[in-house]
Design a protein around this ligand. Structure first.
Ligand code: COA
Ligand code: AMP
Length: 639
């Protein structure tokens, strides 16, 4: 690791590896515990051990109460900036605490208590953040569902989490339309067999939602009533191993996986990351331009900045179109953002409209220190453009919903390591990362394999899947005994830098959004005209990848293929949601398969991406690829 001299990284990483107990107990010292844990890790507990097993604390206390008590009451906790509504709000720690106490009181009166699930289906507004904290305050478990998902996806999450209550708003605001949340929620509740007690509905001025008598309550009225009676809830005492939230993510099938985040580990590791990885001091302004519906938004919009006493920007807008490609720089300048964290796709969108950075230079970015990227591979070309345009370090870092905080990054707070474009740099303390071959044998440097993390996983990583230990074991731990498989392919180089090249499963990354091709195939297969189908991710200059569906139609369906293709595009939007960005459906006569019947998706992808490919030895009939190539070019793809 010669390339990393001058940084404390190596020493810190080695200490965490040699003495994880001591390292994480020391990191846990930054948390306010009601009862301090007597040990960092119990290897006998849980599936692969549990962190801080006897610690007692509360997430909301650590984000709000303790900072107000320590004199940060007047400091901004959240800077809400909403170009789509023209609204801006500076919400102090003191105000946030008062709002959360009251909302938690409302939830408690509605019967929410420790361990109860609360589904939050809301746009990027301060009330959504308050809802997450109010749930945490009671020791209840939230499950936030991203607004771009359709009713069926929301229903699947409700069905699995079985919430006592759902919090929602009348609408979200996209660049080109209002998204009416309430009809989507009503339909999801109809589809799911689970009956929720109450839906608390925030009416936004842009759209009024219809309330269902006996089930739905008006948020503003409920809060006003609680205020008039002085209702407020104090923090519940929560075990470090109790869940803070469930966040559903795409797997290989249509059934989403409920990633569980525990309370203690999620306080300790993300808190450690704020000064050490991001180089942020309390009081500074940190902006994660993501959505609270994703893990990035959970950890770095809502939680970690507030654990650390920093200020977090909550941005309800897009990188382009609200109103233009200068929006991010306007926000950075106006709020004194020191670190921005976003997805490479957002930068590509900005670069497309402002290639020479003219809009960047219109703003005072003197306080802007670093740009962090994640959610998909940061392509070297985009990184190079960003470095030149912003003249600050551009740091790619790699993580997953499952881990809750970065697996690898460039730790600015420990002293920046040299950047190698195309690599998210090095593993963070606690992650023992190896490249394994198919048989689970560790590979030497620079050889491509599956990236796997040796057990135990560090604090904040998932202890299990909600109500499904077996699926957790099967999905993550059984492929390589003693390891957690990331399902990402890649390699480590001779300096220990990691390169993450793509998924080994059916997950694709569309504009930084994680989606399951398996789930899309299930939807296509449900169309009465479809006999067989395969969905692959094809290269896209803006979104990284977009899904493309190949379908074989049943004989004698009496409809033109184009008509079915249009219906299929509509069906995926209706069943999964607009976020799937499913716009390409291609009818083919047959699908390329091995003699044993396995669809050759990998070769189809190479063809569609215009990459070099060879006819697989196992293919039934090589001429099929000419047919696929012809179908691709008739749809404007390389082929
Ligand atoms: N609620 C409802 N619909 C949503 C939504 C939400 N929260 N977010 C996205 N959608 C919709 C969009 O309106 C779009 O609908 P359309 O087909 O009617 O146009 C569709 O889902 C696809 O959205 P998206 O993939 O985001 O594409 P886009 O063309 O609207 O925007 C970018 C392109 C690059 C600007 C945008 O994808 C972006 O900002 N990406 C960053 C992603 C990110 O932060 N990821 C988090 C990981 S760090
Ligand atoms: P999500 O769970 O939505 O955060 O998506 C996680 C997946 O996104 C990872 O398994 C990777 O495939 C991909 N990913 C996230 N960050 C990076 C990165 N910096 N480089 C490469 N891939 C990434």
């Amino acid at each position: 690791m010669s390339a990393i001299a001058g940084s404390r990284y190596r020493e810190v990483y080695a200490r965490a590896a040699a003495d994880p107990e001591g390292f994480w107990m020391e990191a846990a010292g930054a948390v306010d515990w009601f009862e301090k844990p007597s040990r960092a890790f119990d290897p006998q507990a849980g599936i692969y051990g549990r962190w801080f097993p006897d610690g007692v604390t509360n997430t909301c206390h650590n984000a709000l109460d303790r900072h107000v008590a320590a004199g940060r009451g007047d400091q901004a906790a959240i800077l809400y900036d909403s170009p789509v509504t023209g609204q801006k709000r500076r919400i102090t720690y003191g105000e946030m605490l008062a709002d959360v106490k009251m909302l938690a009181g409302v939830l408690a009166e509605l019967g929410v208590g420790k361990g109860d699930r609360v589904v939050i289906y809301m746009p990027m507004i301060p009330e959504a953040v308050a809802a997450m904290y109010a749930t945490a305050r009671l020791g209840a478990v939230h499950s936030v569902v991203f607004g771009g998902f359709a009713s069926r996806e929301l229903a699947a999450r409700i069905e699995d989490a079985r919430p006592k209550i759902v919090l929602t708003a009348s609408c979200g605001i996209e660049t080109n339309r209002l998204v009416a949340y309430k009809p989507l929620l009503d339909e999801a509740l109809r589809l799911s067999g689970h009956k929720v007690g109450t839906c608390l509905v925030l009416q936004r001025p842009q759209l009024a939602a219809e309330l269902v008598a006996g089930r739905d309550l008006d948020w503003a009225e409920a809060v006003a009533d609680a205020a008039s009676r002085g209702v407020a809830a104090e923090c519940a005492r929560v075990l470090a191993t109790d869940p803070l939230y469930i966040l559903y993510t795409s797997g290989t099938t249509g059934r989403p996986k409920g990633v569980v985040r525990d309370t203690g580990g999620h306080l300790v590791a993300p808190l450690w990351s704020m000064p050490n990885l991001y180089g942020i001091q309390p009081g500074e302004v940190f902006w994660t331009a993501s959505d609270i519906g994703w893990v990035v938004g959970h950890t770095y919009i809502v939680y970690a900045p507030l654990f650390h006493g920093a200020t977090s920007v909550l941005y309800e807008g897009k990188p382009v179109g609200t109103p233009d490609a200068g929006a991010f720089w306007r926000v950075c300048a106006e709020h004194g953002v020191v670190t921005l964290f976003t997805a490479p796709t957002a930068l590509r969108a900005i670069r497309k409209e402002d290639p020479d950075g003219r809009l960047v230079r219109e703003h005072d970015l003197s306080r802007f220190r670093a740009l962090f990227l994640a959610g998909e591979r940061a392509d070297p070309d985009t990184v190079a453009w960003a470095e030149k345009t912003f003249e600050v370090p551009v740091i790619d870092h790699w993580w997953q919903t499952e881990t809750g905080w970065p697996i690898a990054g460039n730790p600015l707070g420990l002293g920046r390591l040299p950047v190698k474009r195309g690599s998210p740099t090095v593993p963070m303390p606690g992650y023992v990362l190896e490249t394994l071959d198919e048989g689970g044998k560790p590979l030497p440097p620079n050889q491509m394999g599956t990236l796997a993390i040796r057990l135990p996983l560090p604090p904040a990583c998932l202890p299990t899947l909600y109500n499904d230990d077996e699926r957790f074991r099967h999905t993550y731990l059984s492929t390589f005994p003693g390891y957690y498989t990331t399902s990402d392919a890649g390699y480590l180089d001779e300096d220990g830098y990691v390169y993450v090249m793509g998924r080994t499963d059916d997950v694709i990354n569309v504009a930084g959004h994680r989606l399951s091709t398996g789930a899309m195939e299930e939807v296509l297969a449900s169309h009465p005209a479809v006999a067989e189908c395969a969905v692959i991710g094809v290269k896209d200059p803006l979104k990284g990848e977009v899904p493309a569906g190949f379908v074989v139609l049943k004989t004698g369906i009496g409809k033109a293929p184009q008509e079915v293709e249009t219906e299929l595009v509509g069906l995926v939007r209706e069943k999964i949601g607009p976020v799937a960005a499913f716009k390409i459906a291609i009818t083919v006569g047959r699908l390329p398969k091995t003699r044993s019947g396995k669809i050759l998706r990998g070769t189809m992808k190479k063809l569609a991406d215009g990459d070099s490919w060879t006819v697989p030895a196992t293919v039934d009939d090589p001429a099929i690829f000419d047919e696929i190539a012809a179908a691709l070019s008739s749809h404007g793809l390389p082929g």
